[in-house]
Design a binder for this molecule. Sequence first.
Ligand code: PRP
Ligand code: URA
Length: 207
Amino acid sequence: MKIHVVEHPLIKQKLTIMRDEKTGTKEFRELLDEISLLVMYEVTRDWEVESVNVKTPVQECTGYRLKNSKVNIIPILRAGLGFVNGVLRLIPTAKVGHVGLYRDPETLKPVEYYCKLPSDKNAQTVVVDPMLATGGSAVAAIELLKEKGHKNISFLCLVAAPEGVKVLNEAHPEVEIYTAALDECLNDHGYIVPGLGDAGDRIFGTL
Ligand code: PRP
Ligand code: URA
């Protein structure tokens, strides 16, 4: 499986609080925001840099900048929105596209209802969604991006199920997956076990 589980004591602690059914919307949102920054740090770890000259008040030296500074962040609506502010704090110049998908509760298949993408197709593109469950939503969102010519795509989530990782790996083998946790499995309703419940409802308080 092509997956990076971002191991860090702070992520583990924050995610544990998010999993707790007693944690309310405000704290859940804040923690997601904090974790998004920590996981995004890993997503960007291997991005290439090029050297530039910089003159400090003391002398000239070699500095660095991203070789491809164009970055697209694509939240899958609605729960993916919970990642946007954290990621933008790390990369404030990123463009934000939106893909609207919801899971049909019967079939668990994604249904598309919105798509508005940034124009730069050569940017580094990071699709964000807290939950990778059956993998249907992630696969569909990345298909939409590819159909419109986008490349260099990674997928960032909070909790992944092995079933979703397999489906995403098979559909888009070049896409690197970054997650804060790889959980046990899916239950009969397509929920991640142990997971954290419905991420969208917990972020937006629509339980
Ligand atoms: C959730 C989640 C993912 C999707 C994951 O969204 O945010 O988009 O389910 O499930 P999958 O891997 O089986 O496709 P949901 O459909 O509940 O919509 P919402 O974000 O609007 O609540
Ligand atoms: N979507 C969620 O929000 N949670 C799950 O466990 C699975 C899909």
